[in-house]
Write a protein that binds this ligand. Structure first.
Ligand SMILES: C[S@@+](CC[C@H](N)C(=O)[O-])C[C@H]1O[C@@H](n2cnc3c(N)ncnc32)[C@H](O)[C@@H]1O
Length: 242
């Protein structure tokens, strides 16, 4: 992996809660974050003491904390300038403006970096990359994948998306992915074919409205569960599916 090719840009626990409509029950389970990068999700949730088990897996974790920090700092100006230029494509309710967004991302990274070395030693930050995860079948209750699949639809093939979904479903009972729009804010071209394949492989795949919206019309996640478990784990979520 070349660090220059990665855009490490991390979100907070509060954003993960919104993006994935996480309930207190979800947070108490065995959780896997796929492609968490410099998000503060793992650090903040670990500090809360809620989750039974929490692991983040990302190829980025082959690098040291200072290497990741310098890459985030290099990326910062490019991303914030891009968001400023495309201001109207985003919803400015969670963040008041692009500078507030940038500050929140740097803050998430700082929380992540403070936790990175202890977290590595505890096995909470593991090097790994979809579509092959270093875990046994069914080790996790819930796997979350934020801002990787579907967002990078132009860069990652349909086969990669399907193989990655099946791999996450091998190691977790349930998988949630956000967002479902690509970088051009279009519904991902891979979404419908992947959902059809998953349904034919006896998974329940549904699009669910969530409270977090940043890309315009982007407040939806994909939730996939083995068919028999859909309503058992969280009947409320099943009801708000669209
Ligand atoms: C835009 S960042 C999102 C970080 C975090 N999930 C969030 O939402 O704040 C995308 C992350 O995906 C990671 N990534 C890239 N290829 C990956 C792969 N094949 N498997 C797992 N993660 C990958 C990158 O290293 C990067 O940290």
């Amino acid at each position: 992996m070349q660090l220059q090719k990665v855009v490490p840009w991390g979100r907070s626990l509060d954003e993960y809660r919104g993006m994935f409509a996480l309930s207190e029950t979800d947070l108490r389970g065995r959780l896997l974050g796929c492609g968490d990068g410099p998000a503060s999700f793992n650090a903040e949730l670990t500090a809360s003491g809620k989750s039974q088990r929490l692991v983040s897996v990302d190829p980025l974790y082959v690098f040291s904390g200072p290497e990741i920090a310098s890459r985030v700092e290099q990326t910062y100006e490019t991303i914030v300038s891009h968001v400023k230029l495309n201001h109207d494509r985003y919803v400015w309710t969670y963040f008041s403006d692009p500078d507030a967004l940038g500050a929140a991302r740097l803050n998430a990274m700082k929380i992540f970096l403070d936790d990175y070395e202890p977290g590595r030693a505890e096995g909470r930050y593991l090097v790994g990359a979809l579509p092959n995860l270093p875990f046994n079948e069914g080790e996790f209750d819930l796997c979350l994948c934020s801002h990787l699949l579907f967002l990078y639809s132009a860069q990652l093939s349909a086969d990669f998306h399907l193989a990655s979904m099946l791999e996450m479903l091998r190691v977790a009972q349930e998988v949630r992915v956000f967002p479902l729009l690509d970088l051009d804010l279009q519904r991902s071209a891979h979404l419908d074919p992947v959902m059809a394949e998953l349904r034919s492989a006896n998974f329940s795949a549904e699009i669910v409205d969530v409270p977090y919206v940043f890309q315009k019309s982007g407040g939806q996640m994909l939730r996939v569960v083995r068919r028999s478990e859909t309503t058992e784990r969280d009947p409320q979520l099943a009801q708000i599916s669209v």
